[in-house]
Write a protein that binds this ligand. Sequence first.
Ligand code: SF4
Length: 112
Amino acid sequence: MISNSSLSRRRMLALTASAVGAGLLASALPQHAHAADLPHLAENATTAVALGYREDAAKVDAAKYVTHKAGQTCANCRFFGGADKAPWAACQLFPGKAVAAKGWCSAYNAKA
Ligand code: SF4
């Protein structure tokens, strides 16, 4: 005989496994799958300000962000989910938002 608590535990385990599976599937999808539908990241958004994000890398505060180098843009950052020449695309650091290919933030990490 199976007790109610055993069934309940099995159901919870099944639901947890489903949720984990859905999360893994979502993370495996291409980052640029819906980039055209994403709202653009605002420069004054809290997280954008925290990381010094600018839509135009030429406008980065060089005195504040001394690690920024000419030529570093979102388009050549490993976190940029866009295809070549995509003007905007998802960024792994700003979920649900699109960043500008010409942009930059202090989390920049060059593509390998
Ligand atoms: Fe751009 Fe990279 Fe910063 Fe994302 S992490 S905003 S792609 S520089």
